[in-house]
Design a protein around this ligand. Sequence first.
Ligand code: SF4
Length: 268
Amino acid sequence: MPTNIEWTDLTDNIIRAKVGGWWCQKISEGCKNCYSEKLNKKSFFGGNKQPYSGQPPELVLDTEAIRKWGFQRKPKKHFVSSMTDVFGEWVPRFWQHEMLDGMFVAPKQIFQILTKRPEIMLSSINEWLSNHGLEELPSNIWVGTSIENRHTLEERSQFIAQIPAIFRFWSVEPLLKDLGDISQYLNDAQWLIIGGESGPDSRPCHIEWIESIVKQCSESKTPVFVKQLGANAYYQGQQFKTRDKKGGEIVEFPQELQVREFPFSIHE
Ligand code: SF4
């Protein structure tokens, strides 16, 4: 499905609730204002109104959507399952492996998989690689984890770093605290996306925090994509107003943050 998420072309939600809508389980501070749960509460948007807590509803894997990847001619970037976490504890491992099989036979397509559970992603991918006699993921499968504060940086980046992949990325969104010195972790990341929180009740994001990450990425030559300042941005202690309600209009960013890079292979 086409999307207005700036760092991808399509969102492919291959796991859905059988009755319609989606489901996920909140796991950390970054999930507090989950956009997917908000959409799922709206029946006119196809949601089932179930909160993202408790027991999952009956779920289905869209095997037809996976099968179609192999027939798509035009190369696109696919953000796979923007509405849930494919590596959630409740997702059967063979579904994760069916997804990877579909990606493997679609080498022209780029698949961007993002999780807040990189320890499950690591063990599932290692099992899939070993089942196929492979040593690492092909370059069209990009594995990423969400990072929102120092704690999730230290915890999640170590698991992502161990995944045998050519492209590992972090989605630093919503950025809720200053990450501080990230230089020692950046060697293991090939791409960073950064964004403040958007939507109702957005928590503050200080532009200085984004500046610090962008500066460190530039020093380590890590491509970085500044997606948005968020709906509640601060700069030098003052609220930083933007016309765009997500603070996602690049021309409204301070000059040094007008950076939207991709890992090199995308330009090849
Ligand atoms: S992991 Fe993502 S989709 Fe799932 S509850 Fe958290 S923010 Fe929402």
